[in-house]
Design a protein around this ligand. Structure first.
Ligand SMILES: *Cc1c(COP(=O)(O)O)cnc(C)c1O
Length: 222
């Protein structure tokens, strides 16, 4: 099936209120343009260099989400245009984002990334680490950062029970942070979880934002 057919099918199965991030990493601009022509506006990339090569070549109203781990020294390249950063997992990074947000007079949307998978290698915070960061921010706010929710990746597994447990954990973290730190902040509302292999479960567990590559664009070359 074509990119536009894949998108149409995906959209028809998504509940209202779930944002689809089309993960275009490693895919050529022609495929992104095809998705754009089919109405898709939110795209995700996970390599700064690739995103910087694509962004100027593609329509201005694309909302680019950075879904990878961000190095502090790369924030300055994304700050002028990025619509959301999904992989934020330290106070140091938040301060850097704030600094470059200020330079461009933009408030930059960030999701705190949590470690919910069984695998050791994946990045992300624990609840207590996040709570410590947010406690610090109450005393020294970062005016050019908007923390708009949480993000997590499930374990690479077919075990549906395990995935469901991991996504449920992220949803519980979201609720705890919401009630403790963001009770009166309507911007804090996103739970970014679910990829091609597990988005059905993620949606059942409360995802508001799924990040889908393979189902739209086909397999990536390794
Ligand atoms: C690549 C990637 C995705 C999309 O994965 P698919 O399995 O192709 O849908 C989602 N989230 C992150 C963080 C990724 O790196």
């Amino acid at each position: 099936m074509s990119v536009s057919e894949n998108l149409k099918e995906l959209h028809s199965s998504l509940p209202e209120g779930v944002t689809l991030v089309a993960v275009s990493k490693t895919k050529p601009n022609a495929m992104i343009e095809e998705a754009y022509a089919a109405g898709q506006r939110v795209f995700g990339e996970n390599k700064v260099q690739d995103l910087l090569a694509k962004q100027p070549e593609l329509p201005d109203d694309i909302q680019w989400h950075f879904i990878g781990h961000i190095q502090t020294n790369k924030v300055k390249f994304l700050a002028p245009f990025i619509s959301m950063l999904h992989g934020v997992d330290s106070l140091k990074l938040l301060k850097e984002i704030n600094k470059h947000g200020a330079r461009h007079n933009r408030k930059i949307n960030c999701l705190l990334q949590f470690h919910i998978a069984a695998e050791e290698t994946k990045f992300g915070l624990s609840y207590l680490e996040a709570a410590a960061i947010l406690q610090t921010l109450q005393d020294e706010p970062l005016p050019f950062v908007s923390i708009v929710g949480v993000m997590g990746m499930g374990t690479f597994t077919d075990d549906i029970i395990q995935l469901r447990r991991e996504f449920r954990t992220l949803h519980e973290i979201f609720i705890k942070l919401k009630t403790t730190f963001f009770e009166n902040d309507e911007r804090f509302k996103e739970i970014s979880m679910g990829m091609s292999g597990d988005y059905h479960i993620a949606i059942e567990e409360g995802s508001t934002m799924i990040r889908i590559g393979t189902t739209i664009f086909g397999e990536r070359n390794k």
